[in-house]
Design a protein around this ligand. Structure first.
Ligand SMILES: Cc1cc2nc3c(=O)[nH]c(=O)nc-3n(C[C@H](O)[C@H](O)[C@H](O)COP(=O)(O)O)c2cc1C
Length: 298
């Protein structure tokens, strides 16, 4: 299911359950619902109309509201976890503070149930506009990840060749000074380093992990959705006792038609981040508190 700009969600209320309280109409971000004759009716107002965000169904005190369309099904609305089952701020902050990028993994594989649980948590991630435009390519098992890393090395080599000094000089007017410097002084040397590490038998891309995920989004999806989904996966993995590392180098596949064709990434899709996951072979004893570049209250 891809995003369409013409399809609208279809909110409806079960007249037997609806009390006409209007909570659904009040919460609708686009003002699509109005109470008429005691029941919520979807009008044509708002900027986009119903995008099937599901807020009306989630706020309804009697379970009368349902929304279908735009990839949403009525049974996607599920019971909400009770307050005492949710992470407290202390628990969440502890998880965030204890997390470190992990680049050394034990030999243990990640079982399928755990992979599915991570994906279930990822699917709760917010997106620019529903439905989810994010796709996840899962490399489950060391052999799959190893093959992915080998294909990545070829892709890195292509990227390094493409961003050669002559091409970069020609592209400079379009890239600007900082874009040009980024590609010349960071991206190209990094691609070259990853290729030579791979040639030496060292996987400096996925770090020999037993699980990797590549996040990509459709042409109409917000590229940020991928980053949010990958971040959710990283935190989900952490909560399950796994270590992970985000891999921005996956961007190198963006222009690589061979790589995309092999892994079935549709031509228009934008590649976001990859995440490498496994059982950590390192044990951190200290955490880091970092400072943001700036915080200013306007
Ligand atoms: C957008 C993004 C891209 C990243 N790409 C890579 C990568 O390609 N390879 C890698 O080893 N680490 C990568 N990282 C991990 C960072 O290097 C890591 O988060 C940083 O060193 C801070 O360490 P911490 O995660 O332990 O706090 C990436 C992180 C982010 C947020």
């Amino acid at each position: 299911m891809g995003m369409t700009f013409d399809e609208r969600g279809r909110p409806s209320a079960d007249a037997a359950l609806c009390t006409g309280c209007g909570a659904c109409a009040r919460i609708c971000p686009d003002g699509v619902l109005a109470i008429e004759d005691g029941l919520p009716r979807a009008g044509t107002g708002g900027f986009m109309g119903c995008i099937a965000c599901g807020h009306c169904a989630c706020v309804c005190p009697t379970g009368a509201m349902r929304v279908e369309g735009r990839g949403m099904r009525a049974d996607d609305v599920v019971g909400i976890p009770p307050a005492d089952a949710r992470a407290t701020a202390d628990a969440l902050e502890a998880l965030l503070l204890a997390r470190r990028s992990v680049r050394q993994f034990t030999d243990r594989e990640v079982d399928r149930a755990t992979v599915d649980r991570i994906l279930a948590m990822v699917s709760t991630a917010p997106m620019g506009i529903p439905p989810h435009e994010v796709s996840v390519l899962v490399f489950h098992g060391r052999d799959k990840v190893r093959a992915f890393a080998a294909d990545a090395a070829v892709s890195f080599e292509r990227a390094a060749k493409f961003f050669n000094p002559v091409t970069l000089t020609l592209m400079r007017p379009f890239l600007g000074k900082s874009g040009h410097a980024l590609l010349r002084d960071f991206v190209r040397p990094l691609m070259q380093a990853l290729v030579s590490e791979h040639a030496r038998g060292r996987d400096a891309f996925t770090y020999g992990a037993p699980l990797a995920m590549l996040f990509h989004t459709s042409a109409v999806g917000d590229p940020t959705d991928c980053h949010i989904a990958a971040t959710y996966a990283m935190l989900a993995a952490e909560s399950l006792g796994l270590g992970s590392c985000l891999l921005g180098t996956a961007q190198a596949f963006e222009r690589d038609k061979t790589f995309r064709a092999k892994y079935g990434i549709p031509p228009g899709n934008k590649i976001g981040l990859a995440l490498t996951i496994g059982h950590p072979a390192v044990h951190f004893t200290r955490a880091v508190r970092r400072r943001l570049a700036s915080v200013r209250f306007a």
